[in-house]
Design a protein around this ligand. Structure first.
Ligand SMILES: C[S@@+](CC[C@H](N)C(=O)[O-])C[C@H]1O[C@@H](n2cnc3c(N)ncnc32)[C@H](O)[C@@H]1O
Length: 263
C-alpha cells in the first residue's frame, strides 16, 4: 500500500489510450474465478492509472468522477469517510479540501487496518459498533461535518438477497449517523446496490435533503449492481411533525425535492 498523498487526483476518465490486453496463464492453485479477477485487474485502465498516480484504490476515481460532476468537495470542508480502507477516497478528500496534519479535517474509519495519511484521522473500528458514532464525533472535535461519504461494503456472500440487505443496512446506519453530524447544507454520498429497497431509502432521504439522486460513475463497473446515492442540501436534524401531522408544512414544497435517476 502506498502511504503517499497521490499526485493525480484532479481529473476523471481513464485517458492514456489503449494498452495491450494481458492474458493470465492458468495456474494450478488459482480457481477460474480468481483467474478472471486477475485478468480483469491487469487489464483495468483505472487500476493502471491508480498505480501510476499514487492512488491507493481504483475506487478513488469513482469519487473523482462524482465530484467533478456534482462539486461536493471544497477547500476547508470537514469530511467523514466511512469504510475508508485502503484510503483512495480519503486521498481525494485531502487533496480537494486541503486538509493537513496541522488541522486534520478528514476522519476515516474502517475495521481493516489502513496506512496513515497526512491530513486524515484514521480510526480502525467497526462502524456498526455502538460507540462508533461517538468516537467519530469526538474525532471531529465537536465540529459538524460538511460531507459524509460511505463506500462501505461487507464481503459478499454470493447470495444476492443477503448481500443486498447487508449493504442497505450499512447505508441506513450511515444515513442515521449523517443526520447527527452534518451541518445544514451538508451532503451525503453512499454506495448501495441496485435491487429494489433503495427506493425506500431514497424516500427517507428526501425528507432531510433538498436533492436526492442516484449516481453511477464511469469508474463503477457497468456489470456491477453497485451505484451511489447522493443527497445534497441537508435541511438539519429537526424534522418534527406538526400538530396535525402535516409533514408538508415542516418540509416545504415538493418542488424542492428532486429525485433524478442518473445512470
Ligand atoms: C470498497 S472498500 C472502500 C474503498 C475506499 N473507498 C477507497 O477508495 O480506498 C469498502 C470498505 O468498507 C469497509 N467496511 C465494510 N463494513 C464496514 C464496517 N461495518 N465498519 C467499517 N468498515 C467497513 C471494508 O473493510 C472495506 O475496506
Amino acid at each position: 500500500m502506498s502511504g503517499g498523498k497521490g499526485k493525480g487526483v484532479s481529473g476523471g476518465g481513464t485517458g492514456g489510450g489503449r494498452a495491450l490486453k494481458v492474458k493470465v496463464k492458468t495456474a494450478r492453485r488459482r480457481t477460474n474465478s480468481s483467474n478472471r479477477w486477475l485478468e480483469r485487474q491487469l487489464n483495468d485502465p483505472y487500476v493502471r492509472r491508480a498505480k501510476a498516480e499514487g492512488l491507493r484504490s481504483r475506487a478513488a476515481y469513482k469519487l473523482i468522477e462524482i465530484d467533478e460532476k456534482h462539486h461536493l468537495l471544497k477547500p476547508g470542508m470537514r469530511v467523514v469517510d466511512l469504510g475508508a480502507a485502503p484510503g483512495g477516497w480519503s486521498q481525494v478528500a485531502v487533496s480537494r479540501t486541503g486538509s493537513s496534519d496541522a488541522g486534520p479535517r478528514i476522519v476515516a474509519i474502517d475495521y481493516l487496518e489502513m496506512d496513515q495519511l497526512p491530513g486524515v484521522i484514521v480510526l480502525e473500528k467497526n462502524f456498526l459498533d455502538d460507540d462508533a458514532p461517538q468516537v467519530l464525533q469526538d474525532a471531529l472535535g465537536g465540529h459538524k461535518a460538511d460531507l459524509v461519504l460511505s463506500d462501505m461494503a461487507a464481503p459478499t456472500t454470493g447470495h444476492k438477497k443477503t448481500d443486498h440487505l447487508r449493504i442497505m443496512h450499512l447505508c441506513e446506519v450511515a444515513i442515521e449517523f449523517a443526520r447527527d453530524v452534518l451541518a445544514p447544507g451538508g451532503a451525503f454520498l453512499a454506495k448501495v446496490f441496485r435491487g429494489g429497497t433503495e427506493h425506500t431509502l431514497l424516500a427517507d432521504l428526501k425528507r432531510d435533503f433538498a436533492q436526492v439522486m442516484h449516481v453511477k460513475p464511469a469508474a463503477s463497473r457497468q456489470d456491477s449492481a453497485e451505484l451511489y446515492v447522493l443527497a445534497k442540501g441537508f435541511r438539519g436534524r429537526a424534522v418534527t411533525l406538526g400538530d396535525d401531522g402535516d409533514l408538508g408544512e415542516v418540509l416545504g414544497d415538493d418542488e424542492d425535492i428532486a429525485v433524478r435517476p442518473d445512470f
